[in-house]
Design a protein around this ligand. Sequence first.
Ligand code: SF4
Length: 365
Amino acid sequence: MTDTVLPDTTAAARTAPVLEVRGLRTHFPVKRGFLGRTVGHVRAVDGVDLSVRPGETLGLVGESGCGKTTLGRSVARILRPTSGRISYRPEAGAEPVDVAALSGRGLRAYQRQVRVVFQDPFSSLNPRMTLLQIVGEPLRSYGIATGAELEDRVAAMLTRVGLSPKYLHRYPHAFSGGERQRVSIARALIVDPKLVVADEPVSALDVSVRAQILNLLRDLQEEFALTYLFISHDLSVVESVCDRVAVMYLGRIVELAGTDELYARPRHPYTEALLSAVPRPDPRLRGSARRIRLSDDLPDPAHPPAGCPFRTRCRFARPGLCDVPEKPPALIPAAGGTDPGHRVACHLAGELTLTGVHETPGATA
Ligand code: SF4
């Protein structure tokens, strides 16, 4: 994908992010009229900075329409970003590749290493193809295997994801939602990727099979040394599988921290509101949990509020500070927590006392 360079064996290179996103924007034109004139842009992703470390599971959470799926698809280069940089480092010491600028063979090589598991296993599998064709297609299209070798590899991968190889010649309609998602995972992993973008991988499944698929993803991560970008609106699921969590609102990251820190000590009012909807396992805390209901719907991403994008729904919004167009809050280190990597984008983060899910209400951040 790039010219060979001497490996950098420093400690910094060994722990360098596998993926680094800087100032990423993915905007979609809004067209009107007979001539389809562009009258504006939906800012689905609007200036995201993010790093994904090798071997970790980074959660990306937020309401429907916050831009998390568009961010995942931009990272996987299913969508072409409008601007910004995505640096991909396939292994420690390797020279990073500028993914946003890739095309042709370079893009295909990248998409072999960065694979996507989609939300809906009913629509993401071609009903006219057998499991052998679906899972084997990437092997064929990348020229990795054909014929008997391809069939052997597909059979082995089906076995690994918990499906019998005797199903090779069956079609997707013969399988349950959980089994179809196992097929999707097999298709993603058959070409030995480094990074998997899992876009709501269990939200279309029955509750009874969600845990099985999450356990499978965890086992496969260990076995294949995978890194996950795990997109979900379900904060209970994210808490159970993610090492760190990024909270997204109107195309921007508003908070980022290790999972334990974020769930115990949120620093952004939007994170606090999302966490207030998480069911509390501790019966002593259930009665005391106060659900924070956000006012209004998500603002139009074609016309986000000036200043802090969350200010129209924030109970702490301060006129003259949060609504200053020239001063949107930047994602900066959050002082006072136990996680030095904790970042928050709120002018008042240092003053607010917010409630997490594992502490009694009123616990000081
Ligand atoms: Fe609320 Fe102001 Fe913080 Fe935005 S900057 S989250 S409006 S307090």
